[in-house]
Write a protein that binds this ligand. Structure first.
Ligand SMILES: O=P(O)(O)OC[C@H]1O[C@H](OP(=O)(O)OP(=O)(O)O)[C@H](O)[C@@H]1O
Ligand SMILES: Nc1nc2[nH]cnc2c(=O)[nH]1
Length: 180
């Protein structure tokens, strides 16, 4: 996609969550996570690459001992349709016997987060918590619910604050939905 088409994508999109709401939601989430996990010395795993921006804002607000790492699993591969799970950076053995907090940008069908939870439990994690910035309102049950949720977004393809539209616009401070 060229620069003009990328700009048009944003110009035609609908604003779903402005930047000030994104910021206050991250702060609220940090408070909720701190209340639950401050005494647990958790392993915090950020799901690359969508969660990079959310994690970068969240982590400095978690002022308690934790061990940080990244995992990489993709299902959408810069497309708007999810396919099979592909692990490019699986969890390390340091999760065995530990409380783990998985940080991801969005819970959509829940297939990615459920697969991450199952893998961590299989690897011996003591408890798996999850924080997602956006929870998409699908109108039906998902295979997993997140323990900490920033905002609920409508059942549309959203982007910004780490989430991509065809690989672009992860850098936006607000969340938008692609034109239908
Ligand atoms: O609930 P699901 O329907 O499984 O979708 C959610 C997943 O989709 C996105 O990842 P994606 O595969 O797009 O990779 P990315 O993080 O590189 O954007 C997002 O980061 C979640 O991990
Ligand atoms: N960027 C982005 N990634 C997703 N992964 C699953 N759903 C979405 C979505 O709505 N937007």
């Amino acid at each position: 996609m060229n620069q003009r088409d990328a700009q048009r994508l944003l110009d035609e999109a609908d604003l779903i969550c402005p930047a000030d709401v994104v910021k206050s939601s991250v702060e609220r989430l940090a408070g909720e996570i701190t209340t639950k996990l401050k005494g647990e010395f958790p392993v915090v795993l950020s799901v690359m690459g969508g969660a990079a921006v959310f994690t970068g804002h969240l982590l400095p607000l978690l002022v308690f001992p934790l061990e940080f790492g990244a995992i990489e699993v993709t299902r959408y591969n810069n497309d708007t349709q999810g396919r099979d799970i592909h692990w490019s950076l699986p969890p390390r053995d340091n999760v065995r016997g530990r409380v783990v907090l998985v940080v991801d940008d969005i819970l959509d069908q829940g297939i990615t987060l459920a697969a991450i939870r199952d893998k961590l439990l299989e690897m011996g994690a003591k408890h798996v918590w999850s924080a997602v910035f956006a929870d998409k309102a699908l109108g039906h049950e998902k295979p997993i619910a997140a323990d900490f949720v920033g905002v609920t977004v409508p059942n549309r393809y959203v982007f910004g604050f780490g989430m991509d539209a065809y690989g672009l616009w992860r850098n936006l401070p607000a969340i938008y939905a692609l034109k239908d």
